[in-house]
Ligand binder design. Structure first.
Ligand SMILES: [Fe+2]
Length: 317
């Protein structure tokens, strides 16, 4: 008996992804077509770090795609990552032995129109002009922990404690919701300034209801007159030695010019490759953005101190 040939992939790569399907799916499809490696993936915004750590002695997934540096560091510190053997063509502050950045995202301000023309820095959030006018999501969200960890690196622990205490006093309401909810609060007149990731601006522009909020809220890249805006990364880490080769193929693919352009243009993130232009939408916002080039590993070291201070002053309470 002759069996009809059935097409099947010779190899499979299993991915745990915290990145949203909409963005990552077209890229992964292309990876399959290019390499003949089948991609199987699980998407979740919560719980993947714990899952990876639980599974670390018998990893189920080959790689982890994270939307934040903290989670990459969490799994690295738990010993659940495989060391990378090669240096990738991204700036050194965007990679380590345990992970590589794939895109950069800036932590920005959204401000009510009256502040739209000010040059503002993170340090200005504690100014009297913002008393009772600041909105943010939980201080303990990884995006904020990373930002505060960068402030700790620049100013020291005592400074940060004072800063967060004053910032808490400047809040218009208890930390709540996500980054976009804060822009809605500016629209509603609850606050004048909020902290959020830059790409949400473009996501809101594409949403009928949320676009309205931006009539009363403008985006500002902080610290442009000094060290630059704090950047976080989305990134990738390897979880399994046996499949290192195909996992490294995926990294190489996601760092290719073509994939970096997709990231730049589809989600308006900043490419990690300096040679890839930012999206035209970002350019329309005013051109070049200056980034803080603080080593992300410094942020890693400072996270536990930040969490301790936030808890001591009951920042979210
Ligand atoms: Fe996000």
């Amino acid at each position: 008996m002759v069996l009809a040939p059935i097409f099947s992939y010779a190899q499979i790569i299993k991915i745990y992804s915290e990145r949203q399907p909409l963005l990552i799916e077209p890229l992964l499809k292309e990876f399959e077509e290019k390499t003949g490696i089948e991609v199987q993936w699980i998407y979740s915004q919560q719980g993947l770090v714990q899952k990876i750590i639980l599974e670390k002695n018998r990893p189920v997934a080959d790689v982890y795609l994270s939307s934040d540096i903290s989670r990459l560091i969490d799994i690295a510190e738990a010993g659940a990552t495989i060391q990378l053997n090669q240096d990738f063509q991204v700036p050194s502050y965007l990679q380590s032995d345990d992970w590589v950045g794939l895109t950069q995202r800036a932590r920005v301000f959204f401000v009510s129109n009256q502040f739209a023309n000010q040059d503002l820095s993170y340090e200005d959030l504690v100014d009297d002009q913002f008393k009772g006018r600041v909105c943010t999501r939980s201080g303990l969200h990884p995006y904020n922990i990373s930002l505060f960890a960068s402030l700790l690196a620049h100013h020291g622990e005592e400074w940060l404690r004072d800063y967060l205490t004053t910032l808490k006093n400047n809040l218009a309401r208890k930390p709540q919701g996500n980054d976009r909810d804060q822009v809605k609060a500016i629209y509603a007149g609850v606050c004048d300034i909020s902290i959020g990731n830059h790409y949400y601006y473009f996501q809101m522009m594409e949403n009928e209801e949320q676009k309205k909020w931006l009539e009363k809220a403008k985006i500002i890249f902080p610290n442009q007159t000094n060290r630059g805006a704090h950047v976080n990364i989305s990134g990738i880490a390897l979880l399994k030695e046996e499949t290192r080769e195909i996992s490294e193929q995926l990294i190489t693919f996601l760092l290719s010019d073509a994939a970096q352009s997709v990231y730049a243009n589809d989600n308006n993130e900043f490419p990690v490759l300096p040679t890839i232009p930012v999206s035209s939408q970002i350019l329309e916002l005013g051109g070049e953005v200056i980034f803080d080039d603080l080593e992300l590993s410094k942020i890693a070291e400072n996270r536990s101190t930040v969490i301790q201070i936030l808890n001591q002053i009951n920042f979210d309470g």
